[in-house]
Write a protein that binds this ligand. Structure first.
Ligand code: FUB
Length: 372
């Protein structure tokens, strides 16, 4: 199993933007969003937020009434798709800002570059941000400088700070002690306590941390134990410095409707990557991507650590292999930020979008189809 390329029919969506990406170059999309339909004729429900650069993995936050999106900055490094997601070879972050949903989007300058992070070697994957006491914190995964059997390092999670939500951010000299894997998402509860949710299987390497120690020769995919509890995403309380963990990392367990852990073979429901937590009506919504089945799911718990009971799909599969999202309340409504590959037709050159998220009276979420 791998992060596969899309079928040719999807590649048919590729506009001139596809040709912009030659090996070693930082491809940028052309500002052509005239095609609002996927190759199979389905109409997208929303359009890319920006077309100047490729963006993915949007973590949206409201700071001082404005909406900031901390996203991956996709580039074409000329690397073929593989099991570990090496084609996602991002090197820096750019922050997006908008005064209102649907308004103009400002693309900030480089907020953090991998060359300025002492411990990191490559692959600046999905970031998140937080604010506390006058400082903005950017959390980001990257491979460290060790080498495994494939000549690459283990994923760790770093933190960088700035007085400006757009950056530039200054990285700490080392990764967060005790951190591993990728896709950090920081949730701050009403009492001011912050928690980091993180992890991803396959290229995100969680399966290599089975016994709490990194196994460089571990599986590239999952544990191949379909009848056993699935690998859990992780959760940990942050210290008030927002730069260190306050306790040992725990499992964010997802249960089925009978209270049993979701099994590894249940690919439509099990955790893969892209955790994001929000609170509504006193409940904690643990949301995540299922990876190879391409859903964004949600599960609900009574406290930040879970366990979380599986409830359903938030988002059906988008165009492209990965699905990664965030959910934020702004101006009395809830919004789902997500990505697809409308601009490029290539899995690793994605574009961020937003659409409204509704709730039923009982707190459940009607599933969104990214196509009409
Ligand atoms: O952008 C690289 C990786 O793809 C992210 O970290 C995952 O969540 C997936 O979107």
């Amino acid at each position: 199993m791998r992060y596969p390329t899309l079928p040719l029919v999807i590649l048919g969506a590729c506009l001139a933007a596809c040709n912009a990406g030659t090996a070693g170059n930082q491809a940028e999309p052309e500002a052509n969003t005239s095609v609002a339909r996927a190759p199979d004729g389905r109409e997208y429900i929303s359009q890319p937020l920006v077309t100047e650069i490729f963006t993915a993995d949007p973590s949206a936050h409201v700071f001082d009434g404005k909406i900031y999106v901390y996203a991956s900055h996709d580039i074409d490094a000329g690397i073929a798709d593989d099991d570990l997601g090496n084609q996602y070879a991002m090197r820096d972050y750019r922050v997006l800002r908008m005064d209102r949903i649907g308004g103009p989007v400002t693309v900030g300058p480089v907020a953090l570059d991998v060359k300025d992070v002492p411990w990191a070697s490559q692959q600046m994957w999905a970031p998140d941000a937080a604010y506390k006491n006058g400082t903005y914190y950017l959390y980001f995964p990257a491979r460290d400088r060790t080498k495994d059997k494939n000549g690459i390092g283990a994923f760790r999670i770093g933190v960088a700070t700035s007085k400006n939500p757009m950056g530039p951010f200054t990285p700490e000299p080392n990764y967060i002690p005790g951190s591993f894997s990728m896709d950090p998402a920081v949730f701050t509860d009403a009492d001011g306590t912050s928690y980091m949710y993180f992890g991803g299987i396959w290229g995100g390497q969680l399966q290599r941390w089975k016994d709490g120690v990194y196994d460089p020769n571990g599986s590239d995919t999952d544990l191949m134990q379909d009848d056993k509890p699935a690998i859990s995403g992780k959760v940990v309380k942050m210290n008030t410095d927002m730069k260190t963990f306050a306790e040992p990392v725990r499992d964010a367990v997802i249960l089925d409707e009978k209270g049993n852990p979701i099994l590894g073979g249940d690919h439509d429901r099990r955790f893969f990557e892209a955790a994001w937590v929000f609170k509504r009506g006193g409940k904690y919504y643990y949301t995540y991507s299922t990876g190879d089945t391409h859903f964004v799911n949600y599960a609900i718990g009574d406290n930040p650590y879970g366990p979380f009971t599986f409830k359903g799909h938030i988002l059906k599969p988008v165009q492209g292999w990965t699905s990664h999202h965030s959910i934020v309340e702004w101006n009395g409504k809830w919004w789902l930020f997500y990505h697809d590959t409308q601009l490029s037709g290539k899995n690793h050159l994605r574009n961020v979008k937003v659409t409204e998220l509704k709730f039923n009276d009982d707190g459940t979420i009607p599933t969104i189809d990214p196509f009409r």
